[in-house]
Structures are given as structure tokens and as C-alpha cells.
Design a protein around this ligand. Sequence first.
Ligand SMILES: NC(=O)c1ccc[n+]([C@@H]2O[C@H](COP(=O)([O-])OP(=O)(O)OC[C@H]3O[C@@H](n4cnc5c(N)ncnc54)[C@H](O)[C@@H]3O)[C@@H](O)[C@H]2O)c1
Length: 310
Amino acid sequence: MNFLITGGAGFLGAALSNRFVQQGHHVRVLDDLSTGNPDALSPDVHFTRGDINDRPKLWTLLQDIDCVYHMAARVSVPESILFPRDYSQVNVCGTVTLMEAIRDAGTPRVVLASSGAIYGDQTGAMMSESMPPNPFSPYAVSKLSAEWYVRTIGKLAGIETLCLRIFNAYGPGQRIPPSHPPVIPNLIRQSMQNGTLIFHGDGNQTRDYVYVDDVVNALASASAVQGVNGQVINIGSGTETSVRDLARLVIDITGGDPEEVFNPRISGGVSRMCADISLAQEKLNYVPLIPLEMGIRLTLERDPQFKNGD
Ligand SMILES: NC(=O)c1ccc[n+]([C@@H]2O[C@H](COP(=O)([O-])OP(=O)(O)OC[C@H]3O[C@@H](n4cnc5c(N)ncnc54)[C@H](O)[C@@H]3O)[C@@H](O)[C@H]2O)c1
């Protein structure tokens, strides 16, 4: 098959692109490299640097594509609170631009990398697709809005759509930016360097951490599966882990001795999050294969940024 993967030089996009070319598919990537790394891509991937709002580039890249994976986005919750307009421009406007181009090019299918963040605080931890969204941040609002644009334009134009609400993905290849780093690679680095683990709130907030290979399995199966048009499906591990317990696990595995600092004045965000993955099991035959401890060990083994203890 021929795929276009927007944001394909990013953490999840590169893993998906490389999986597809390994399987003999043709992959084009569009990425502006604002956070992505083209060196993470197999030489067999056709890489184009460009912005998701660049319509002529999209029209060219969409020729003869069977399925688009829309993964280009700004992805930091705290950053979105500071710069909501930028998040709307890329995550919402960029999605509308892409959907118009997909409609005009006649591309039959699009899969959106959406987010479990759209649920926000709910009464329990388990989040199922039937729950009304309760977004907590501009990032979450932008992903929810992207879902609705994808589904609505898809329905109007006869494009098959599927939105996968991914929970907290982690694994080799995840960047550690200087500000607002993702929790798992940051904990690993701080623990290995005997640095400082800073907990927002009391550290009892829970998340559903899902290993990158499991996410890629789910994404890959979305290109050809039937009977899912217009649907929204959760992708997580189905297991809830508090940030404190996660930190303990990382410290045990790395053998580090970091200092732990609690900052109750900064909100820990949504208090509990765990994906109900029964719909993914039913529709995509999705079964997460890598439990958290194994995933952290694999990350340490496979990610070059942790090889030398840095
Ligand atoms: N990693 C997770 O835990 C997670 C969870 C839920 C949803 N998602 C979604 O999955 C997708 C991929 O996330 P990721 O973790 O790989 O993040 P990432 O930042 O590594 O990847 C995003 C990619 O999009 C590119 N990009 C950003 N703005 C762009 C623009 N204007 N034009 C073209 N490219 C642009 C970046 O350069 C980057 O390569 C995103 O849509 C994100 O919202 C990720």
C-alpha cells in the first residue's frame, strides 16, 4: 500500500513509517521538523520537509495514496496552556487543511492520531469511548476538534476515517526536550544521573502508559480493517499507574538514587486516566503485549540516548 504519514519524523510517526517500509509498503512523510528527527527514518522512506498547512505540497504528496496517517501536531499539554493559538493553528487548522486536500485528491482513508487527553477528569479511572469528553487543556481541545473535523469532512466527502485515542505512549526514540519533557524518558534520565524527580501535585495522579510497539501495532492494523468507518477507538495498556509508582519502578530498574521533590503548587493535571481497550480488542484485534516494567527495560536497552548513562 501507499501511505502518507504527516508528522512521520516524530516519535510515533517514525516508528510507524519504519514498520511499514520493513513490510514492503511505500511511505511518504511530511514533517516540518519542529520536533521531528529525519535521521530516525529508514532510508526507504520518502521524506519531505514541509508544513501541514502547505496545500500545494499536500496535493502533490497525496497523489496515489491509499491511506493517510495524520500525526503532525504540537504535543505538549503545558506548552499548549502557554500558546493555545499555535496549538489551534497546527492541530486544528492543519487538520482542516489536510482534510480538504484529502477530499480534493480523492484519498480513500485517513487515520487520526488522537489522544486520551480529550477525556479530562471523569468520575472513575477507566475511560471508554462513550463518555462525554471533558478536555482540560488547549491541547486536548485541539485534538477533540481535529477528531470532529476528520469525522465530519470524512462523512461529507465519502472518506473513510478512524480516530485512535492514544494514551501515554513511551519507548525508544522519544525526545527529551529541555522544557516540559515527557514523564518516562525524563524519569529515566534523572534517575540514571542521580538528578531530581519533580512531582507536580502529590504524585498520586495516574496515567495509562503504553509501549510504542503496541501503539504501532494498533496504528498499522487501522489501515485495512473494515467496519470502523467514523469511529473513535482508545489505544492504551488498560493499566493505571500513579506517577509515584512509576518513579519507584524506574528507580528500581535503573538503580539510581535521585532526589524526590514534591511541588503541590503546580497541578498534576487530570487525576486518573486509564484506557478501556475493549473496543480496540473487538475492532482491531488489539492486545497490548508489553507490560510497563518490560517496556522500561526495552527503552533502556534500545534507546541510544540512555546507553552511556546520559
Ligand atoms: N506520544 C504520545 O503519548 C501521544 C499520545 C496521544 C496522542 N499522540 C498523538 O500522536 C501524534 C504523534 O505524537 P508524537 O508523540 O510522535 O509527537 P512528536 O512531537 O514526536 O511528533 C509530532 C511530529 O509532528 C511534526 N510537526 C509539528 N508541527 C508540524 C507542522 N506544522 N507541520 C508538519 N509537521 C509538524 C513534528 O516535527 C514531529 O515530528 C500527535 O498527533 C500526538 O497528538 C501522541
